[in-house]
Design a protein around this ligand. Structure first.
Ligand code: AKB
Length: 338
């Protein structure tokens, strides 16, 4: 019998980079990765197989399915919000058709081995479309509020949340013997994520990580959103912790398939002040991109994470100050000194 493995798509990206390290540290299943870009050598040695290819390549997915017994999928591959606006059809192909391909792979694996496949899907605050006159509850918006995204990426993410629910509970429901219920779809709507080790590309929340990484390198940075712009963020270690917390939770403790998470929601001006305190020579200016500003303005100022706390114990380690003092500043400074 083939040993069950974990499949990570988009493994060479920001979340994948951090997730692989945590999964290896935790031990357990072998890891198979798939990304358009080759996995960096330091990670390749930690995984069983590193495929370089596309989630749109059906022949590649079929060969991976034939070779491995996959019982966990972390589907991280995606085009982010800003990049998707320049190539909306390509974004739909990657973000929707690619997700459909991975869900089909999960359903096929579950059917052939008559065992559940747990499927992690990273959704986003981009699934929201909050109108400017909406008055946010003190606890932030819950998962069911203002789900009217204004970006292709946000539309993709919201639709794939529904695709996941379909595969989990209604897949081929008219078949003589439906296999619905064997894809255990679990999703997190990530806020902006800030990694000390990598800089994102193609996102609209990128102003925060771009700002601190530029300051640490002594490079000038022009912030593309207003100082009063406010959205939720999370340090990357807490994002990975949230993924593992959700994936380890007993199925019957989960009251929903899509959860908000967040750790702090500073304004861009607050974030800039902390960067300037940490890097006094930082040269941070302002060059507001009104079109990207419109996208960020449609996202929630903050989100209600009570369902995640209640169902699977979401508990970020890093608030804003601790993220700077104990994770971002020391790690990023060391990154660029070496
Ligand atoms: C983006 O900016 O597109 C992403 C996101 C918030 O999902 N970082």
């Amino acid at each position: 019998m083939r040993k069950p493995v974990v499949l990570i798509s988009g493994a060479a990206g920001e979340i994948g980079h951090a997730l692989i390290d945590h999964l290896v540290e935790a031990g357990g299943r072998s890891i198979v990765t798939l990304d358009l870009r080759p996995l960096e050598p330091a990670l390749t040695t930690k995984v069983s197989r590193a495929f370089t290819g596309s989630i749109l390549d059906q022949a590649l997915l079929e060969s991976i399915e034939a070779e491995f017994a996959i019982d966990r999928i972390f589907h991280l591959a995606a085009l982010l919000s800003t990049r998707s606006e320049f190539t909306p059809v390509a974004a739909h192909e990657v973000n929707v058709r690619g997700t459909l391909n991975l869900l089909e792979l999960a359903a096929s694996q579950a059917r052939s081995r008559n065992q559940n496949v747990v499927f992690f899907y990273p959704s986003s605050i981009a699934a929201y479309g909050v109108s400017s006159d909406a008055v946010m509850p003190e606890t932030g918006w819950d998962e069911c509020s203002h789900n009217q995204p204004i970006t292709m990426y946000g539309c993709n993410k919201l639709y794939c949340e529904h695709l996941g629910r379909y595969y989990a509970g209604h897949y081929r429901q008219l078949d003589a013997e439906p296999v619905g219920g064997k894809v255990d779809f679990r999703s997190i709507r990530f806020p902006g994520l800030i990694s000390a080790h990598t800089v994102p590309s193609g996102g609209t929340s990128d102003y925060a990580p771009e700002m601190i990484h530029a300051a640490a390198q002594g490079e000038p940075y022009e912030c593309f959103v207003r100082p009063d712009t406010r959205i939720p963020f999370m340090a990357m270690p807490d994002a990975v912790g949230a993924i593992l917390g959700l994936m380890e939770a007993p199925r019957d403790s989960l009251t929903r398939s899509v959860y908000n998470v967040g750790a702090f929601a500073p304004s861009a001006g607050d974030f800039r002040s902390l960067v300037e305190d940490a890097f006094p020579s930082a040269a941070i200016g302002e060059a507001i991109d009104t079109k990207r500003q419109r996208i960020v303005d449609s996202w929630p100022d903050d989100v209600d994470c009570s369902a995640a706390r209640r169902d699977w114990g979401l508990a970020p380690e890093y608030d804003l100050v601790r993220a700077f003092d104990e994770y971002l500043v020391p790690t990023i400074a060391a990154l660029y000194q070496s």
